[in-house]
Design a protein around this ligand. Sequence first.
Ligand code: GTP
Ligand code: MG
Length: 252
Amino acid sequence: MESLSWDYILKYVLLGDSATGKSSLLIRLTDDRFDLTGPTLGVEFGSRIISVGNEGKRVKVQCWDTAGTESFRSITRSYFRGAAGALLVYDVTRRESFDHVTSWLEDLRKYADENVSIILVANKVDLCSSSPEPLPSIQYGHPFPAPDTPLNTSSSRSPSPSPSPAPATTATAQTKDLRPRQVSTMEGALFAKQHGLLYVETSAKEGWGVNDAFEWTAREVLEKVRKGEMERRKPGGVKLNETRQNKGGRCC
Ligand SMILES: Nc1nc2c(ncn2[C@@H]2O[C@H](COP(=O)(O)OP(=O)(O)OP(=O)(O)O)[C@@H](O)[C@H]2O)c(=O)[nH]1
Ligand SMILES: [Mg+2]
């Protein structure tokens, strides 16, 4: 029975500029495919059960995919309320979409619950690299790079505090078909760290990092539940399957 097959239901929202790949990320999560998608009109919905953490908690992610177009902004904001997790998406090949992250974040802070777990999603990395690369250590709470480390140089994703004399942002594309990257890994990860967000790099096209984006967010939500920082029975946001918890013993 479906109701017995999950431990938690978490409500998520996907937000960010139009054409950053929000719908494509959701389709990759729910159907594991990459399709041509038109712009979202208002909101769309998708759901999947994922396994989270070492204990393999079964989390049903119920995800509202919002339109990035400005004209839908007042509608999409209304979906932020009650979300336990939010994926704030930008396109690494389009600087403007990263510049607008601040404004999307302001909306989230204003309209979503204060405990919402937010992950900054740097999407379309396949356009700049032929394989996913390791993320910088700052993402995992290690020290910031030296103050004089240029923010725009880390397309090579070196977490090293003394980065090699790396080329500037545009130099990532070494293969003819690859595009220049306009927002480096270091810049995205630093922004996330400074604003208390998680950070992940994804390609909805290749499937890189997509499950991580949803799982890491769920981990943070469950950790908040464990610490009592988040209501378990709040309508929408986090719902606990009492039957499974009673049978299975411990909570999160
Ligand atoms: N190469 C590449 N293209 C992508 C990726 N993700 C999305 N796209 C393409 O980018 C375009 C926009 O993708 P959508 O998923 O519709 O973008 P969206 O953010 O949902 O856009 P709105 O619904 O208008 O807010 C489509 O042509 C996708 O095929 C990716 O990871 N890599
Ligand atoms: Mg869409």
